[in-house]
Design a protein around this ligand. Sequence first.
Ligand SMILES: [Fe+2]
Ligand SMILES: [Fe+2]
Length: 211
Amino acid sequence: MITIANPSIETEHFLFVLLAGERLAASVSAKQSKFLKSSNPKVSRFLKAQSRQESFHASVFRASLLWLNPKSRYTHKEHPILTNMQKQLEDAIDHGRIEESILGLQVMIEELGECALNDLDITLEKYRFGLHKVRRIILNQEKAHHTFGERYIAEQKFTLASRQTLLRSCDSYLDDIDTLLADIEPALNSLNISPQDYLQRISSSIYQALS
Ligand SMILES: [Fe+2]
Ligand SMILES: [Fe+2]
């Protein structure tokens, strides 16, 4: 395992965003699970398991932050952009727009998370960070959440109008993701990652689910 004598502010901030993203995912998937409990028990169970897994991921990122900087002030902080996205996603569930919430969380945010975690993993591997088993478990679980989201949306029967409404609802999530990527750009640059690649992959994922 590596030790970092001078943890960079960018890496700490990046881990904070991942931690806040995991907390958002845990909370929203728990709410989705409750919403679908009687109408779709099988999907509800998957979402309940997802929520538990996201809480576990959050605990791993919280521990990583503290390992990087034992005095980190980020462990209890909220991220304003992710807080805003969480409100939008929960508002969609409260108003019965479960497809919008699944497109927002499992398709768009999970694609972003999958990209970031894969790139972070490549860097961690270079530094022989260790914790291979935990890293592999997290990556596989994130992939399963994202695949579930794409399949769920692809299986719904949308009218042309409802499909267009759903596509329009993506705009505000994409705006928030754009702002979020600008917020972590220094960390992405230090990992040689282009935010534009992430946006491209998220857009492809939306169209794949809704094609
Ligand atoms: Fe996660
Ligand atoms: Fe996830």
